[in-house]
Design a protein around this ligand. Sequence first.
Ligand code: T1G
Length: 695
Amino acid sequence: MSEVISYEKIGDIAVLAANNPPVNALGLAVRQGLVDGIERAEKEGARAVLIYGEGRTFFAGADIREFGKPPVGPFLPDVCSRIESSPLIVVSALHGTALGGGLEIALASHYRIAVPKARMGLPEVLIGVMPGAGGTQRLPRLIGIDKSLDVITSGRQVGAKEALKLGILDKIVDGEPREIGLAYAQELIDANAPRRPVSEMPAPAPVDFDALYDAVLKKGRGLLAPAVAVRGIQACCELPFDEGMKRERELFAQLMNTDQRQGLIHAFFAERAVGKLPELEGVAPRALNAIGVIGGGTMGAGIATSALLSGLKITLIEMSPKAAEAAKGRIAGNLQGALKRGKISPETFEELTEKALTLATDYAALKDADLVIEAVFEEMSVKKDVFTKLDAICKPGAVLASNTSYLDINEIAAVTSRPADVIGLHFFSPAHVMKLLEIVVADKTAADVVATGFALGGKMGKVSVRAGVCDGFIGNRILSTYRTCADYMILDGASPYQIDKALEEFGFAMGPYAVADLAGLDIGWAVRKRKRAEGMNPQARDFTYADKLCEDGHFGQKTGMGYYDYSAGPKSRVPNPEVMPLIEADRAAQGITPRVFTDEEIVRRYMAAMVNEAAKVVGEGIAKRPLDVDVTLLYGYGFPRYRGGPLKWADMQGLPALLDDITSWAEADGYFWAPAPLLEQLVAEGRSFDDLNRD
Ligand code: T1G
């Protein structure tokens, strides 16, 4: 027997235990071990087989590290068929997260038992594929079309209780999976229970699968896997089981060869790699028992809400009791959302707002804080004043963090006597919803302070990315460049509406101008005014139409009018009729004759600008690796996940062609389109951004 699947015979029951940490992934040795174990159980005259996982979970699916490599048998669907066809009673005992191939192993068993906290599901569509070991053929036979469509096309996890109700599980018993599994197997033997191969159960009657396919494709906004999985369920309903299995395999293979599968697998591993940095190896974070937040506006209240929801105690400082109460109101409003969604109980709501949250107006309340985050007005003088006070009040070793979205952390740290304790923690609004956290490391920030930032992000359920200090750190710096590219295309002939449509068809949830309306046009207006005051590069093109829109009081959704007219509601895409005349006037004033842009050129330019700036950000060390940029854009800027992130997308497009575009556009505008040195270097060396991730 292989060491990853151990074999033991206890009375009439053969026990196959998986021991392949960390998640008992169904790699080759595990698959072979299961087949060998079933055969041995039959040879040794067992009457039942128990399959369960040691460690944290039952099988969590196929080993996705094998994806993209030549498949090696025994293949998972065959392992499932071998289990199901055994003349013995096969029982799976589930705990942890039985996902993908893991749940398929259980579905191929004859009986399924789980501990109460077990979760299960078929999340294959989330990584660009679909169940490929009988999930689309067995699950509909067990729970019907509607429920299996929901589970398979959403990829969501199902708790044990729901699974029992659906018919996936036969029993839920508290205890160790091995023990409850042995008892259940013995109970079945004593009852002389029949085998119950799911494949022999009747399939549901077919429905209009073409309509279902179209609906799922539309809902996925270009994501292929859920729609293709519908065709798998269709095969279950329209074909005999064995032919259905063949059809499922064909569909699975189609998805395995898509760029979307590459993009989604990249995103899966990148979001796990992003917190792994050599500089943090062996570095213990500082304590995080008492957290202070300064400023209870939208950001401060959002940060406090996120911290409260993760079990942290918060002391929130505002300028006056009235402002502090208003902040508490914002926090309560944020928590109402969690309450309505059933994420927290009314008792927890009470506990968080009345006990875990302390309001204060005097900085002295922060004297015992382990970490303080300021979210005050984005003005350097205000930040410096706050840090001067914190330096005087906070205990030695307290971490002093700024939530600034672009100001220089080095300059802020310099006003304190403890620059090593100063760091940037850039949350994204709304901070209790957005998962991205940029951890901005200044020149003197101590390694254990960086580790503390990551520890706080982990506690708060954030995806934390390490960033260096520059204007806009990683995300906003790259955003500023691709937004400028869009603005230039408007000057040259495109409309904001065509640009939004083109980028939404590319896969963004919202185009840049709809996003700007949502965030508030006054933010961009302030940035443009700041950059003009700081002195713009004379080669940079300027434009006034966006300023005039703001001067007319149009800040987007918050004023009911921006690029779009929101009188019909926040989802409106009715153009504001004042916009195009402002753009045409700006073009005329600059002597620009507008030209036609195709959607394809809009996307090529927009993405090339994003990739070029991202390559500069990596080349300058602001982002440690290309994957850090990908994760930032995926989690903070709505980049379509199935494209993996801008630099994964660039690799799949081919860097030479991208550089050719940029070089050709640089002839007309050498300043904006100056090629990133790193991009030129990678093309010259014939390497990819992914090669850099592996360095
Ligand atoms: N294969 C290989 N490695 C995996 C893995 C997998 N399926 N799942 C997790 N890991 C690694 C992960 O990279 C990390 O590694 C470590 O395990 C801990 O993971 C035929 C084809 C199970 C809920 O999609 O959802 O079956 O960073 O940090 O937060 O139909 O991992 O430590 O080196 O995420 O506790 C279907 C994917 C596969 C499940 C645990 N299964 N995994 O979450 O820990 S396709 C999935 C997860 C399939 C069949 C098809 C989560 C988790 P490292 P972690 P976690």
